[in-house]
Design a protein around this ligand. Structure first.
Ligand SMILES: Nc1ncnc2c1ncn2[C@@H]1O[C@H](COP(=O)(O)OP(=O)(O)OP(=O)(O)O)[C@@H](O)[C@H]1O
Length: 279
């Protein structure tokens, strides 16, 4: 069913702290926790590897502190990796490990290949710009200079995420949390990214608003066929969205597979707990 991966991540590591003799030794054996009790170094992501295939939604689930946001930040170049590789299936990138590219080429990837929707809209939006201005900002970063074209794209996108056009000149700071997330999604989609990251996008929203945003994400994926990585601590969100799921604990992937398979036959004790908590 699937072709080659659009994104391959291999042995991604991100540590906070210098490490010490003790944790270096423990790390070789595979740390059972994500920090060193001797020097306090945190191993937020430990040898994380996975593939993202064209048109699929990959869910990443794990409890708070399991390393999900750090992983997203590294993939989107908001943070540096300590070590590791990631390859995007794109001839223009010549098969390079994207973590080793210049900041200019990383910016190119952010502007042309990636979209990001953060848990906190403050990180993805200029809260005091107009909503359509937010979209224009991303389009300009992607090289667009045609004002009427940008306005037409912005209107289309805002309509597609159900923001009434009479409010397009309003700043997101005037909007509800659910509306802010919808503007953020519109902005993230404006450069037609083949890969979209969504980090805990429904956390903190009311249940009915959550359902609304999740429906919207599913609809976008169906209509545009974008590959998505959806991060959540909530397996119910992952169940609703993801074709395949990766389970993280203490910075490591402990289980992965088709979402249905993981829900029906979880192998790891932690995944079993997550699944039973849904019942
Ligand atoms: N700047 C930092 N300095 C030190 N430790 C950090 C830093 N950022 C994250 N960590 C640690 O890295 C680990 C992973 O954090 P991360 O935020 O990625 O987890 P998470 O699964 O996204 O949880 P949450 O959903 O609560 O953010 C945690 O132990 C966290 O305390």
């Amino acid at each position: 069913m699937y072709e080659e991966p659009i994104l391959s991540v291999r042995n991604l590591n991100r540590q906070f702290g210098p490490g010490c003799h003790q944790c270096n030794q423990e790390h070789d054996k595979g740390l059972e926790k994500n920090y060193c009790s001797n020097c306090g170094t945190v191993y937020a992501c430990q040898d994380v590897s996975f593939d993202l295939f064209p048109g699929e939604i990959l869910g990443i689930v794990g409890e708070s502190g399991s390393g999900k946001s750090t992983l997203m930040q590294c993939l989107y170049f908001d943070a540096d990796v300590t070590s590791g590789e990631a390859y995007i299936h794109d001839a223009a990138l010549d098969g390079n490990n994207v973590f080793t590219l210049s900041s200019q080429r990383k910016r190119y990837i952010r502007n042309h290949t990636y979209g990001m929707v953060y848990q906190n809209p403050v990180h993805g939006l200029k809260m005091n710009f107009s909503s359509i201005g937010n979209i224009a900002e991303k389009l300009i970063a992607a090289g667009n200079r045609n004002v009427s074209e940008m306005e037409a794209i912005g209107k289309d996108l805002l309509e597609s995420v159900h923001i009434p056009l009479f409010r397009m000149k309003e700043a997101p700071q005037n909007f509800s949390g659910g509306m802010q997330q919808r503007v953020q999604i519109a902005k993230a989609l404006s450069n037609n990214p083949p890969i979209l990251f969504l980090d805990e996008v429904t956390t903190g929203l009311d249940l009915s608003v959550q359902a609304n945003v999740l429906d919207l994400i599913k609809k976008i994926q169906r209509e545009l066929g974008i590959s998505m990585i959806v991060v959540s601590h909530d397996l119910a969100v992952i169940r609703m969205l993801a074709d395949r799921t990766v389970v993280m604990l203490n910075g490591s992937i402990i289980e992965e597979g088709l979402t249905d398979q993981i829900l029906e036959d979880p192998q790891h004790a932690y995944t079993q707990q997550l699944v039973y908590s849904l019942l």
